[in-house]
Design a binder for this molecule. Structure first.
Ligand code: GDP
Length: 299
């Protein structure tokens, strides 16, 4: 877990964070609505810690993405939780476009008051300007390409060409900035780092699979014991108290390794292979559509 934390800290040192925040504040000046994207499997852990400060004075659309991989029941709970907090919150799948076709309408609802003011003075309101923001890997580029109905050329990638902000027309009422706002994740909390690692938000070369798998199994034992039992053909998964002890997690780890033939000389469990297997099967929904956190735990 410290490795995950170190990685996040190295990627986002204070200078880098200050720069990202400054750029975001500049971009936000240009727009009417902030579209905040989070991963539906970890709606709390995939949010930037300062988003409420950074986007404070703009109406905000909160989009839970990757809902094809998440627990539908919990996605509904998260949507209600965010709605209770006053957000316009919706679920989408940026990869297939499910839900995303409504984004310009949701944005338009958020600009209604401002438009009325402009129109009451006899002017015609201009298009709604929006910006997609979020931490890395939540699907920002996928969603921009989906809304643009094409792959957006990265003009700034060619040397000597200054990257200008481009507006993409989405539907009749919305213009979207072609580059997303990229913010850093929460990295003070090691559990957040482990959840980001489990979902694939951190490069695999930089994470300790055993640490991540042990953490993931602990979460799944509590939230989805039936999924584990079914997938790995195990007897009852039980533990004392509210939290499985490390010995109980290791016993589960051993049982999965044995069932799947992840053994090395002398019949010992191959921990590396077992860890990789568990993480891969979680990421590819072999255990089902699972969400790693619920609103009441994160209040
Ligand atoms: P960004 O870093 O926020 O711009 O994220 P990307 O758009 O690069 O997406 C990160 C990864 O998530 C890519 O492999 C995408 O194909 C994948 N992805 C994005 N949206 C979805 C989704 O709704 N469902 C699934 N299953 N994968 C998605």
């Amino acid at each position: 877990s410290s490795k995950v934390g170190d990685y996040l800290t190295i990627q986002w040192y204070p200078g880098h964070m200050a720069k990202a925040k400054r750029q975001m504040i500049e971009k936000i000046k240009l727009i009417d609505v902030v579209i905040e994207l989070v991963d539906a499997r970890i709606p709390f852990s995939s949010r930037n810690p300062l988003i409420d400060d950074i986007a404070a004075n703009k109406p905000r659309l909160l989009i839970l993405n990757k809902t094809d991989m998440a627990d539908g029941q919990l996605t509904a709970e998260w949507i209600n939780y965010f709605k209770d907090k006053g957000y316009s919150a919706h679920a989408v799948n940026a990869q297939t476009g499910k839900g995303s076709e409504n984004i310009s309408e949701w944005v338009h609802e958020l600009t209604a008051a401002k438009r009325e003011k402009v129109e009451s003075k006899g002017f015609r309101a201009r298009a709604d300007r929006a910006l997609i923001i979020g931490i890395p890997n939540v699907g920002k580029s996928t969603l921009i390409n989906r809304l643009a109905k094409r792959k957006i050329a990265k003009i700034g990638d060619r040397p000597g060409v200054t990257k200008g902000q481009q507006w993409i027309k989405v539907g009749k009422t919305m213009e979207l900035l072609d580059t997303p706002g990229i913010l850093w994740p929460k990295f003070e909390d090691p559990e957040v780092g482990l959840k980001l690692a489990a979902t694939g938000a951190i490069k695999d070369e930089l994470i300790d699979f055993q640490d991540v798998a042990v953490y993931l199994l602990k979460v799944l034992m509590v939230r989805y014991p039936h999924a584990l039992k079914e997938r790995y053909g195990l007897a009852e998964i039980s533990y004392e108290g509210n939290e499985p002890a490390i010995e109980e997690i290791v016993a589960l780890f051993d049982a999965i390794g044995k069932k799947r033939g992840c053994v090395i000389g002398g019949g010992n469990i191959d921990y590396d292979r077992t860890a990789e297997l568990v993480i891969r099967e979680f990421r590819t929904q072999k255990l089902g559509k699972l969400t790693l956190e619920s609103p009441e735990e994160t209040l």
